[in-house]
Design a protein around this ligand. Sequence first.
Ligand code: CLF
Ligand code: SF4
Length: 527
Amino acid sequence: MSNKAFVSIGNLKRGRNAVSQIIETVASGGCSTSGGEGKASCGSTDGPGDMPAEIWEKVKNHPCYSEEAHHHYARMHVAVAPACNIQCNYCNRKYDCSNESRPGVVSQKLTPEQAVKKVVAVASEIPQMTVLGIAGPGDALANPKKTFDTFRALQEQAPDIKLCLSTNGLALPEMVDEICRYNIDHVTITINMVDPVVGAKIYPWIFWQHRRVTGIEAATILHRQQMLGLEMLTARGVLTKINSVLIPGINDEHLYAVNREVKKRGAFLHNIMPLISEAEHGTVFGLTGQRGPTAQELKAVQDACMGGANLMRHCRQCRADAVGLLGEDRSEEFSLDKIEQMEVVYDLDKRRAYQQTVEVERQAQHEAKQAALAATAAQADAVDADIKVLVAVATVGHGKVNQHFGHATEFQIYEVSQAEALFIGHRRVDLYCQGGYGEDEQLPSIVGAINDCHAVLVAKIGACPRDELMAAGIEPVDEHAHEFIEQAALAWFAGYRSRIARGKIMHQPRGDARIRQGAYTAAAEAA
Ligand code: CLF
Ligand code: SF4
């Protein structure tokens, strides 16, 4: 286990001084930047007024490129790309490509014909499925025939579905023409370093021009190909998302430099993902005890990168055959044997009509948020305009607080202030309600996962978890059940500030994931 103390914001800021040195070692830029200039968060929360119309058209219903869209629209992956041309120390080839997947997950591999059949079947059943991605189980571009055969057939049979792929970037420059030929508008490149010395700690080898290359030479080639590929895609108007795996002690302080370099070359989004590393995954990092970051450490690195390439914070590290909304996995419903028995009708009009209803709901969500923000800004009895708190939300989608506490397998986390209710991440938790009964043994781990939050917004909650949360200083809130999330979070926050102003409670900052006892109690509320 690495005992190296993890990144502090101070360290990150000092790390910036090294950035100019690193910049000199990378290929020259020269591309215009299409990523959001200095925006506070993921381009994702932006609306049509914040970007050119043609970009908005590309992102508005892509659940990964738009945070707002991920509440409403689904994606699916088809696992047609088994081979890979590099080795990452966080990957075991027995499983899927961990650049876009959770390690330890194996997907059902498909031929292009099976993949197309599956996509058409899913699109008929899930009209909000708008994006098809190829993200493994190896590297999409190390399997060009299978990848592009799939895209070609889909372009003909399901023309309204956006096409997306994910790659480590080694083969990217020579594939850019092919990518553009099939109107693939969204490409993810995993870039974990812009300094080959750092890269050599992550990549033991690459397969390049018919030979295996190792060490700094391998990382230098990979880096050069990644930068060139990114620049070429930007020049052709393809939206790029950069995935970076945050590896404490190896590239944590370095990711600021990565963020600035990819912004310079036109990246649209930067998705900093936590390393998931367990010995049983059999990866080099798993076996050497390299740990992943905590949720708070991840947030610290993301926060330090703000002001550069826009950050994506809603990634769920999907599997290579994922189906559904981000965070839900319906792949079991669409196994090959089940698809064989399905009656499939690809009804484009039905899909469009459904998506129209989603847009109406989305507009209502937007208006509700604006109204709540206006109310918060006009609040007369609130103190401490600078207060910022985290709230956890239980949701099954549609942008609403609409899940029972006991049914949540993850909570979405929002940072709420007078000026904003901003999605900043999610926390996976163990299911509390099992077979109709609450599993009290799970409660400490659930409470611990959201212990830096001041409140948890739910559709409903039982007495036992309610008491446990309150004892831990987290306010359970079900008064805003079935409201839109931002509207509910802002309304709760207005009440919270009002209670502080009236001397009912005292604001206490909460900064880490350890359980704190007694910060918020029923007695305090009643006082
Ligand atoms: Fe898939 Fe990736 Fe396309 Fe999305 S996933 S290929 S961009 S359609 Fe999305 Fe999943 Fe995160 Fe990837 S949440 S792992 S970022
Ligand atoms: Fe594994 Fe993906 Fe890295 Fe290839 S690119 S070694 S499949 S994590």
